[in-house]
Ligand binder design. Structure first.
Ligand SMILES: *Cc1c(COP(=O)(O)O)cnc(C)c1O
Length: 431
């Protein structure tokens, strides 16, 4: 490994020890997941933007074609025929999604899109009273989450001015301190109805201490929910054990389900059969045994599936199935995370060796506080030019205003060589 040492001048400098650090080729040769790259179609170039849209799992074509063929040959009977019957198709996704988020089968469902699911959860879990009416989110929440929460507050006749609490990093800092989050929860105490935070922050890549936040929220009597858009299939999660009340996520980022893919939702077992929760209803939430009798008495499925509204979109669920099967073959989140940690350390090392202080990474340093995404800032303020030059060199990454380039080596389909070449290109552009 490279080491940071204090040079005699007192200036920090980097050097490579003579006990040579493993090269990209060494790491790729030893990588048990290396073969999975061939299971994806990857655009020509260096694809480091799985944090935004995951690459196409090749199996997706077969899974979709199967459903197109079933539609063509069975027509409406496809809803009821065989192991892939469309009326139950969403159930085919449940076990694998539950594994990824650390939940039980009755707590997880694939449905709708992320922001839709967030609204459905807020309808059920934001129940303001005269005293307890506040929602705590981050000041730099993903805009869709901010809009959802703000509009739910207004929908109840309340004012975001008084009911929305925004938690900000300390002055001059980018990421949140756990103690500050917990202190804010304690401060608003019995006025706090809901805490809604990300599992992994979309801009900085910071992993939130989900268990500690949940415990602190519960200690003051608040409900605690998470948006796992950047967490699912990136870091290991244990939602049931951590006692999280609800969670939502999209599947087109690290879950490779394709543009606009079907989202997921989690409701903790202690709530799934609670008939006292307010809920928006649709026919897909009622008992499947009586659903097609078209009775208008709602008979809630005693699982999170009672939040379903509409019959499921089979084609995007087919691509998601293909991705989940690919992930399962690779050994699931523990295998992916093991490689991801090596990739994070390799990119850290290569950036430190090669770019020095030309690049600042605002993502936390500690592995426990970060997923695979890096949030890089070009220290001379030239970030947008550097980003454009990366794009011209066919490095797929993304730009987030005001000054951050996000890159995410994804363990299932990125090689250590991808990381190596990215750093060399970045070096060429910035030197
Ligand atoms: C990607 C992302 C979204 C996108 O929402 P959609 O409803 O899927 O369009 C929302 N919130 C967060 C935190 C995200 O990372």
């Amino acid at each position: 490994m490279s080491q940071l040492r204090n040079a005699p001048s007192g200036k920090i400098r980097t050097f490579v020890s003579t006990h040579t650090s493993p090269t990209a080729a060494d790491l790729d040769a030893a990588d048990p997941l290396a073969a999975f790259r061939a299971d994806f179609d990857i655009p020509d170039g260096i694809y480091l933007v799985g944090n935004s849209l995951g690459a196409l799992p090749r199996a997706a074509r077969d899974y979709v074609n199967t459903e197109l063929d079933r539609w063509g040959s069975l027509g409406v009977e496809g809803h009821f025929t065989g192991a892939l019957a469309w009326k139950d198709y969403h159930e085919l996704l449940t076990d694998q999604l539950a594994d990824l988020v650390g939940a039980r089968r009755d707590e997880v469902v694939a449905m709708n899109a992320l922001t839709v699911n967030l609204h459905l959860m807020l309808v059920s879990f934001y129940r303001p009273t005269a005293r307890r009416h506040k929602i705590l989110i981050e000041g730099h929440a993903f805009p869709s989450d901010h809009f959802a929460v703000e509009s739910q507050i207004r929908q109840r006749g309340l004012d975001p001015e008084t009911s929305l609490v925004l938690i900000e990093p300390r002055a001059g800092e980018e990421t949140l301190h756990t103690e500050d989050i917990l202190a804010a929860i304690a401060e608003h105490g019995d006025e706090l109805a809901l805490v809604m935070l990300p599992g992994v922050q979309y801009f900085t890549g910071q992993v939130m201490p989900i268990a500690a936040i949940t415990e602190a929220g519960h200690a003051v009597g608040a409900v605690v929910g998470f948006d796992l858009a950047h967490a699912v299939a990136n870091i290991p999660l244990r939602l049931s054990e951590w006692n999280v009340d609800f969670a939502v996520w999209c599947t087109y980022k690290y879950l490779n389900s394709g543009p606009g893919g079907v989202a997921g939702a989690f409701v903790h077992r202690r709530h799934v059969a609670d008939q006292s929760l307010p809920k928006l209803l649709g026919w897909w939430g009622t008992n499947v045994a009586t659903r097609f009798a078209m009775d208008t008495t709602f008979d809630a499925i005693p699982t999170v599936e009672s939040w379903q509204l509409s019959n499921a979109p089979i084609l995007p669920m087919a691509t998601l199935r293909a991705s989940l099967d690919t992930i399962e073959r690779a050994g699931g989140i523990s295998a992916m995370r093991a490689k991801s940690e090596q990739q994070i350390e390799f990119l850290d090392r290569r950036l430190a060796e090669t770019l020095g202080d030309r690049i600042e990474n605002i993502t936390p340093k500690d592995l426990a506080e970060r997923g695979c995404q890096f949030a890089l800032r070009v220290t001379n303020g030239d970030g947008k030019r550097v980003f454009d030059a990366l794009e011209n060199a066919r490095v797929f990454c993304d730009w987030r205003e005001p000054d951050v380039i996000r890159v995410a080596p994804v363990p299932l389909y990125n090689s250590f060589d991808d990381i190596d070449r990215f750093v060399d290109i970045l070096d060429g552009i910035t030197s």
